[in-house]
Design a protein around this ligand. Structure first.
Ligand SMILES: [Zn+2]
Length: 416
């Protein structure tokens, strides 16, 4: 099946460097009809600032205020505004991503949410050509490696305490259960792990685990309720601004999404479309191979006698996928093989379609790296084949300024 991709302009000053009309015409000629613009940050040397001068009238009663537009960035800001207009005139659907609205702290902080909603209203007032907004999370952590930025064992801050009381959750009990779980990660033995590996497991086995420790289920429920509240508030805000406006949200790959607090069926209730991340690279930020590496390595570091193969197989069992040919940490640094794209990727896509219940609502992010080991053009081609053969109709390509000519040629072959 052919695809209708959205192109993410991850560096909006590309319009300044290459010429707005050139980019608008180039992408249109290649079959792109929707653009995702963001983050809305401009820079000039060391200087950084927002893509438009803030109107503080949108922030009455909001403690956090947006940064001013420095004078040297006024010209780039005009060029960007002109590019948005040119794209709208051409006929593109325009979405914003990372428009400066994200919480500078916990997503349960009501002051951060108030700022995010004000920023969304202000952005639409500046760019009434827009068709919608694509939230990048926010999400809870899902990594077990000590000190990792996406720490599974957060957050229990004062705002989370208040939100938990409001929703009827016992956060101190949840925190105690989370600490017990964290300690258990260092009390595994090869025998215990092999015992788990020998089981044939399904959804009811997860129930068995949660019945043993109900506070862990409350923990995930609390995370999900927090996200529903945050995204739901943005959804209501966007629909109030205009019924034609759409709100999207980008959770992790289906295998990781529940740990981050995302339930795709419930997320559908507060979004118009969903953009799970088909990110598979090694190292860097948020690629599947990097996460598998960190889980396996952490399990080995925490527990004596656990070898690479057992740690990897245990990790695969936890997340419900396999990686053909991956038998050691070293093999994670090799290119992904054809079997991965014919088995693992379709399995994860099927999971996101099943969990969403409507393939038309899915427009996954497709990227080649965020730092880490870049996925090659050959792997991109295999990935796009897997996507086009999966029933998916669209994707968001991450991102224009990172894309080589060869990658653009490959992408165009899959465009309707
Ligand atoms: Zn918190």
């Amino acid at each position: 099946m052919s695809l209708k991709p959205l192109m993410f302009m991850g560096q909006i000053q590309a319009f300044e460097r290459e010429g707005a009309q050139y980019i608008v015409d180039r992408l249109w000629a290649g079959g792109i009809r929707r653009l995702v613009l963001g983050d809305l940050i401009l820079s000039e040397g060391e200087l950084r600032g927002p893509a438009f001068a803030p109107d503080l009238g949108f922030y009455d009663g909001v403690a956090r205020k947006p940064a001013p537009l420095p004078a040297p960035l006024e010209k780039p800001a005009r060029i960007f505004a002109d590019a948005v207009q040119r794209a709208a005139d051409k006929g593109y659907e325009i979405f914003f991503h990372d428009w400066g609205s994200y919480p500078a702290g916990c997503l349960n902080d009501p002051a951060q949410l108030a700022f995010g909603l004000a920023r969304t209203r202000e952005t639409f007032a500046h760019f009434p050509q827009t068709h919608g907004f694509v939230l990048d999370g926010p999400e809870w952590g899902y990594e077990i490696a000590p000190g990792h930025g996406s720490d599974l064992f957060r957050c229990f801050c004062e705002h989370c305490q208040a939100k938990a009381r409001e929703l009827g959750f016992d956060l101190p009990a949840i925190e105690a259960a989370a600490k017990t779980l964290k300690a258990r990660l260092g009390q595994l033995t090869p025998e215990l792990m092999r015992g788990f590996m020998a089981t044939q497991t399904g959804p009811f086995d997860a129930l068995d685990l949660l019945l043993q420790e109900p506070a862990l289920f409350d923990w995930i429920r609390f995370k999900t309720a927090s996200i529903q509240h945050y995204v739901g508030a943005h959804y209501a805000c966007v629909k109030e601004m205009g019924s034609h406006l759409q709100l999207a949200c980008g959770p992790r790959l289906a295998a990781f999404a529940p740990l981050t607090g995302y339930n795709l069926r419930r997320l559908s209730e507060v979004t118009d479309f969903i953009c799970p991340k088909l990110y598979f690279w090694q190292h860097g930020i948020d690629g599947l191979k990097g996460t598998v590496y960190r889980y396996a390595k952490t399990l080995m570091d925490l527990n004596e006698g656990v070898d690479e193969r057992l740690a990897l197989e245990f990790t695969f069992k936890l997340f419900g996928f396999t990686m053909p040919g991956v038998t050691s940490l070293e093999t994670l640094s090799q290119p992904l093989n054809r079997a991965f794209f014919e088995e693992t990727v379709p399995g994860e896509i099927a999971k996101m379609i099943y969990r969403t219940g409507d393939v038309g609502r899915l427009r996954p992010w497709v990227g080649l790296h965020h730092g880490g080991v870049r996925i090659s053009s050959d792997e991109l081609e295999l990935l796009l084949q897997a996507i086009s053969g999966s029933g998916l109709q669209s994707l968001i390509y991450w991102h224009y300024s990172d894309m080589t000519e060869a990658e653009w040629q490959i992408l165009q072959r899959f465009i309707d």
